[in-house]
Design a protein around this ligand. Structure first.
Ligand code: SF4
Length: 347
């Protein structure tokens, strides 16, 4: 049985043409599947009965299934552990914000980038996700929101995985989710977060997709950054920042630099001074993120005063900067912890 979930209109056309089904039916099928969230051909009521049963014999529609769900008591965040097959589950997060409903998408099951503060990398990389699977994450949340009469409006590729290490499938996913026959999410409402895979930042520039690029810096010099993010050995700060600047110039999109604040590690005045020097004059915003402690590491959140002092130093140095608003404190343990617990329990 062929799974047609995640195919675009042209691919559906091709699949049904083998059964001599006219091509205009592909748009109707896509509409039911993607715009109305129907997984059964028998619910597609504008298709003739005999066509419904032919489709049901030849094809299936298999989006991901829910393994676990956690809802914040504050009502702003929901975490979904979604399974694609018996060995692969990832976390997808819905954040309800003032400007809309944002979904944090995982691009790999696990991750092998080894960032010292991240739970997603503790069990290594299981595998890359396909474009269809990433699409399935957003589709699942969209169907949940449809029950409330609302929609997904924004995406951040910031869940488990390094998106630029799964380049081709991520680009395919972005084009799929942007397709107005599928979900029609504007590129300007999409942010891709990377640890700085320099050659693929240059490739992304050539794709000409006006998405926002967010680069994880987390340290203002190579020595400290290599300790926190081993990828820095391969792609040092200077090269990462240069690639980021070209991205901002060519796309006219303001770049975001993510900077996790870890008590006593990268949050002292000398770090703020170095960071200001590194970023002076750039079209960029620094997003300061007080760390969510990871129990396996000895990393703690700085005090409110230290966070404010770091922010103020950057602002005084004319560096645009903000502190990320904390959401869903009760379910918002570090990314990857829900999946890790699930895997550790022997699933
Ligand atoms: S922060 Fe991102 S790139 Fe680094 S280990 Fe975690 S998931 Fe991978």
């Amino acid at each position: 049985m062929v799974n047609i979930f995640g195919l675009d209109i042209e691919e559906i056309k091709e699949a049904i043409s083998k059964l001599n089904i006219p091509s205009y039916r592909s748009k109707q099928i896509a509409d039911w599947m993607y715009k109305k969230g129907k997984n059964s051909f028998y619910d597609m009521t504008n298709l003739p009965k005999n066509l419904q049963s032919t489709l049901a014999t030849e094809f299936e529609i298999s989006p991901p299934t829910l393994t676990q769900r956690l809802d914040s008591k504050y009502g702003d965040t929901s975490k979904f552990l979604l399974s694609f097959d018996e060995n692969t589950a990832v976390e997808t997060v819905l954040m309800r914000k003032k400007y809309g409903n944002s979904v944090c998408v995982s691009t790999q099951a696990g991750c092998n980038m080894g960032c010292a503060f991240c739970a997603s990398t503790l069990l290594g990389l299981s595998r890359n996700l396909t474009a269809t699977e990433m699409f399935g994450e957003v589709y699942y949340v969209e169907n949940e929101l449809r029950k409330e009469g609302i929609s997904v409006t924004n995406l951040v590729l910031m869940g488990s995985g390094e998106p630029l290490m799964n380049y081709d499938e991520v680009i395919k996913f972005l084009r799929l989710i942007h397709d107005e026959n599928i979900m029609g999410i504007g590129y300007r409402n999409i942010t891709l977060s990377t640890s700085g895979i320099v050659p693929n930042i240059y490739r992304l520039i050539e794709e000409n997709l006006p998405i926002t690029l967010s680069i994880s810096l987390h340290a203002p010099n190579d020595e400290l950054r290599t300790k926190l993010m081993p990828i820095n050995k391969k792609y040092p700060l200077k090269d990462v920042v240069e690639a980021g600047q070209l991205y901002a110039e060519r796309t006219k999109r303001r770049l975001t630099y993510e900077y996790i604040l870890i008590d006593g590690i990268n949050d002292e005045k000398n770090h703020a001074v170095e960071l200001s020097e590194l970023l002076r004059g750039q079209l960029a915003n620094v997003n300061l993120i007080p760390i969510n402690p990871v129990k396996e590491r000895n990393f703690y959140r700085p005090s409110k005063e230290k966070i404010a002092a770091f922010l103020n130093y950057l602002l005084k140095s004319n560096i645009s900067a903000t502190v990320r608003k904390e959401m869903g404190k009760d379910v918002n343990a570090a990314c990857g912890q829900l999946r890790n617990r699930y895997l550790e329990e022997g699933n």
